[in-house]
Design a protein around this ligand. Structure first.
Ligand code: ARG
Length: 252
């Protein structure tokens, strides 16, 4: 009797665990949990299915692999100011120009700036790391991408924390790693990671003044959250000067 009851309880727990929208949605693969409204005001969702971070009121920093090339582009819609992409209080603005990292060819240099047709107000921007000082420790990642490898895009912003992985370790998993252009993060055991659709979004941490600072841009990985395959991020500090001068050329 006790054994049978146990079996029933176990079956119920198992069933609830796979029901979408119940316990599962709160904490899915990628080890994410829901971000609170306003927690990461700089987070941007881009209509091509990428993330981004508000660099200035008119500029969104994202990944080069999320955009075509440099030039006039009015085809991207940015959604800002909400964790719920369907919220009636969301801000939506079109792009008017894309600047892709010069020399981008699919290996490294995975950054781009998108200029918005009009500046957004009332949203904090995310400063970028200009030195290597913060390329260590524990990072926060966030995005509306898949909550599991091969999974659907998310309506609500998910967040997770991932530890820094040294290039010397990451290189064992990814011989193609470009150590100066890329920075890795994730647990050896897997389970927590960014995934498809998170690309272009920021990886960030606290700086010496306890303010958020961007150290990475979601770039690539082997699957998502697999053991011994950390996420690979654009190493923002390497490109900070190039990003700043590109931003200035775009009008700030
Ligand atoms: N390239 C993916 C995208 O376009 C991001 C993949 C990140 N993968 C990872 N395992 N961290 O959305």
């Amino acid at each position: 009797m006790v054994r049978r009851l146990l079996a029933v309880v176990t079956a119920v727990i198992a069933a609830v665990g796979v029901l979408p929208g119940v316990a599962h949605a709160q904490q899915d693969v990628v080890g994410g949990t829901r971000a609170a409204q306003g927690e990461f005001p700089f987070m941007v969702r881009l209509s091509m299915g990428c993330g981004g971070a508000l660099y200035s009121p008119r500029l969104v920093l994202t990944a080069a692999h999320c955009v075509g090339g440099t030039g006039t582009n009015t085809g991207i819609t940015a959604t800002l100011g909400v964790v719920d992409l369907q919220s009636s209080s969301r801000i939506q603005v079109r792009s008017n120009y894309v600047y892709r990292a010069p020399g981008y060819n699919g290996n490294g240099k995975d950054w781009a700036l998108i200029r918005l047709a009009s500046p957004v107000s009332g949203l904090a921007t995310l400063p970028i790391a200009t030195t290597t000082a913060y390329n260590t420790g524990t990072f926060t990642v966030a995005g509306w991408g898949a909550a599991r490898e091969g999974g659907a895009q998310q309506r609500y912003l998910l967040k997770a924390t991932v530890p820094y992985v040294p290039d010397s370790t990451c290189d064992n998993s990814y011989p193609d790693l470009i150590p100066n252009d890329e920075i890795c993060a994730g647990y050896a055991a897997g389970g927590t990671d960014t995934c498809q659709g998170d690309s272009g979004g920021p990886m960030f941490r606290r700086d010496a003044s306890n303010a958020w600072i961007q150290v990475g841009i979601v770039s690539w990985g082997n699957g998502c959250a697999r053991p011994n395959y950390p996420g690979v991020y654009t190493q923002v500090s390497t490109f900070a000067a190039a990003i700043a001068s590109a931003a200035a050329s775009l009008g700030g």
